[in-house]
Design a protein around this ligand. Structure first.
Ligand SMILES: C[S@@+](CC[C@H](N)C(=O)[O-])C[C@H]1O[C@@H](n2cnc3c(N)ncnc32)[C@H](O)[C@@H]1O
Length: 271
């Protein structure tokens, strides 16, 4: 949820945090453009060192690696859900890769204004305005030119916690509806026991007018993904990450990758 009318304040704070991190390098793209956008967004925001800063450093590196390895494997479409001021479409712009940024209209409007003001070229990015609580992301994406027959990388970073479970489930199902075989999802989930499920984080974001609306046990997170047709990477046996490492990441930070597959039916009670 977003405070009435204005751009997302949590997204602005994430941009300010990211200015302090070393990023995963790539032989393409324009990191300076991303940094310029983040600096403009951050303005006077001061972000303290501490658990949030450490958590976002790990999360940023996780999503950077996913993006770079997907591009290196030849993925031609990347969708960023709840993109905020994420500048990866600039930082990792690569020949032949089409980017789609899906975000709440209030935040997206502000980002577009800042890109224009800074004179940054985002001609390779389609900006798709969607309120996840009411708009169909799948229709909007295909309407913006997403090719549902080609593999896509979907990112959902720092967004799930701001959505009610039912809204998140609908959104993941909509992504799956336009995900060709070979598509992947990277998502940060507010899993019990992680920083984002904790009371300090929840009090901080509620104070910014963007309350946390969901929290999941690890098995609930996995079940929700499976019901919407997203299968945690290690279960498919096709990922290079050992299962033990996946469980550790899930426990520690709720950072997950999944592959598009069949939708699993929910387990019947008592089974
Ligand atoms: C904490 S920010 C994360 C931004 C970005 N993914 C990043 O990591 O820098 C949360 C994002 O979720 C988006 N969001 C929250 N609720 C939304 C909704 N109902 N519909 C669309 N976007 C939403 C906000 O606009 C914001 O961009």
């Amino acid at each position: 949820m977003i405070a009435e009318g204005g751009p997302s304040l949590t997204a602005q704070r994430v941009a300010a945090h990211r200015l302090g991190y070393d990023r995963i390098p790539a032989p393409y793209g324009d990191p300076a453009a991303d940094d310029a956008l983040a600096a403009e967004v951050a303005g006077d925001i001061q972000v303290p060192d501490g658990r949030m800063h450490e958590y976002l450093a790990v999360r940023t590196a996780f999503f950077d690696r996913i993006v770079v390895s997907a591009i290196d494997r030849g993925t031609g479409q990347i969708v960023i859900g709840g993109a905020g001021y994420d500048g990866r479409a600039l930082r990792y712009a690569a020949p032949g890769v089409r980017w789609f940024e899906v975000d709440h209209p209030a935040t997206q409007r502000d980002k577009l204004a800042k890109l224009r003001q800074l004179g940054l070229d985002a001609g390779h990015v389609r900006f798709v305005a969607v309120d996840f609580t009411q708009d169909p992301a799948d229709e909007r994406l295909t309407g913006a030119g997403l090719d549902a027959s080609a593999p896509t990388l979907f990112l959902l970073e720092g967004v799930a916690v701001y959505l009610e479970a039912a809204v998140l489930e609908a959104l993941l199902g909509q992504f799956r509806d336009v995900a060709a075989p070979g598509s992947r999802l990277a998502i940060s989930m507010p899993v019990t026991g992680t920083f984002r499920a904790g009371s300090r984080f929840r009090a901080a974001v509620a104070g910014l007018g963007e309350p946390a609306l969901s929290r999941f046990e690890p098995s609930e997170a996995e079940g929700l993904l499976a019901r919407t047709g997203w299968h945690l990477a290690a279960r498919t046996g096709q990922d290079d990450e050992p299962a033990a490492a996946r469980h550790e990441r899930l426990r520690v930070a709720g950072l997950l990758t999944a592959q598009a597959g069949p939708r699993e039916l929910p387990a019947l009670p008592g089974r």
